[in-house]
Design a protein around this ligand. Structure first.
Ligand code: MG
Length: 261
């Protein structure tokens, strides 16, 4: 009996000795170079200034020159919003979207609620940036634009929210009449060949330089009514909303995007 009890104790002692010896040997032979990675070398990109100027590899979507990068969302005809130094919503013309389609990207966009804005709640400077405009009849994925400077509404519908899914972490809204910015990192959802969701969409958003969405996992498209769901797509344009509220139309400027590999 005694021998049977002793045997495993001796065996585990030998094992422990062996693993200590292996660990000691690894410590002696490991070199700092073992954990250095030298390839691939990150591509050099000249940074923009901190005022939101586009970096060297950005696709400029609007810089005041023209509306060439934009089309009407409903029929892909040339966009008919008011373009001068700034781009102003033309509510009668409807939503506009980029000519190009994107998968994963970094986006910078600036927007301004008119100083004389009227209305309240969702009817006060409502617009939106649809991070993927997946087709007619689809809700898409909306980052809300609204006057949220002392304007009460449901929190998952205020500025900086992922509409009806995620309230902003904080409210860094500026006064009407002042320019505001969004910096967005969008990771598109992935689907298999049969259209089944493989991985959901994620979004990170800085509003006026302040983090408001931290790698938020979307539940699907951002619906006005009902539970969100996903629908298969690959690449999609970015869309700007011409909301039907009665308040004065908002403006955009300095819009650029960097595609992510
Ligand atoms: Mg909206």
């Amino acid at each position: 009996m005694r021998r049977q009890i002793l045997f495993p104790v001796v065996a585990s002692g030998v094992l422990m000795f062996a693993s200590v010896a292996v660990f000691a040997q690894q410590t002696i032979t490991a070199k700092p170079e073992d954990t250095e990675e030298w390839k691939p070398v990150p591509r050099i990109v000249a940074p923009g200034s901190t005022d939101g100027a586009p970096p060297s590899d950005a696709i400029v979507l609007f810089d005041g020159a023209n509306l060439n990068q934009w089309v009407s969302a409903k029929d892909k005809s040339p966009a008919k919003w008011v373009a001068g130094d700034v781009l102003t919503v033309n509510k009668a013309a409807g939503n506009i979207e980029t000519r190009r389609a994107f998968r994963d990207y970094q986006l910078h966009i600036e927007w301004r609620i008119p100083r004389n804005i009227s209305g309240s709640g969702q009817e006060r400077g409502n617009s939106g940036i649809f991070l993927a405009s997946t087709g007619p009849g689809d809700a898409g994925y909306e980052l809300q634009v609204l006057d949220s400077y002392h304007n009460t509404t449901y929190v998952n519908g205020q500025a900086g929210s992922i509409y009806k899914q995620s309230a902003p972490l904080v409210n860094p809204a500026r006064k009407p009449g002042e320019w505001q910015s969004y910096d967005v990192v969008w990771t598109a959802p992935r689907f298999d060949a049969s259209g089944t969701l493989k991985s959901p969409a994620f979004v990170t958003v800085f509003m006026n330089g302040v983090l408001v969405q931290n790698h938020f996992q979307l539940k699907g498209q951002t619906l006005y009514i009902g539970k969100p769901f996903y629908k298969q797509y690959d690449r999609a344009p970015i869309k700007l909303q011409a909301h039907g509220d009665a308040s004065q139309p908002i403006s955009f400027r300095n819009i650029w995007v960097r595609e992510l590999p």
